[in-house]
Write a protein that binds this ligand. Sequence first.
Ligand code: AR6
Length: 196
Amino acid sequence: MAPAGEHFSAPTSSWSASWNGARIEVRQDDITRLALDAIVNAANRTLLGGGGVDGAIHRAAGPELLAFCRTLGGCATGQAKLSPGFNLPARAVIHTVGPVWQGGGAGEAALLSSCYRESLALAEREGFASIAFPAISTGIYGFPAERAAPLAVRSLMAHLEGARSVREVVFCCFSPRSAELHHDAIAQAIAHPDRP
Ligand code: AR6
């Protein structure tokens, strides 16, 4: 299906585009506030909490989330696991583990793409329609944000080629720069859908 255009719903804080029947939104927000089917957590391999968005999600979800995560047995880098949302407005949390940036020669790009792919595949298995991602690995794990945003967007676009339940995807960015990078990556991907 051809891209169906884009619009600004607020000057800088929220922007959306249509792609293959799905709505892709970039918003500058705290992901713990979003009432969607699932929000994605940029976790570590223990799944037992940490700083950044992981800490914010655990604080907002309450201690039941940590108790549940103790039963999950950790998670490999590039994979994803599911929990309920507990006190969050979101129904579920998809915990994924991004790569630690080591200069780019350690498979970091493929692992980051895998985080998006596996999180979306899990959302499909659960029949979720709406999901929000933080900018995985671009904080404490040091993945350059300008490289991560196009990888995130291309992984999503590839997913949206297939049959699916997911119809609303939010890139929930903490900083204006992160939002701008995701906006630019989506505009590029829509303008040049056949580029890798
Ligand atoms: N909502 C949306 N985005 C946020 C929020 C929030 N509430 N808080 C931070 N961000 P990071 P990583 C952004 O460091 O790089 C933890 O300790 C942040 O600005 O949270 O994958 C885990 O346990 C950045 O753009 O995750 C791991 O040990 C993005 O989320 C490690 O950090 C990701 O930054 C994972 O590091």
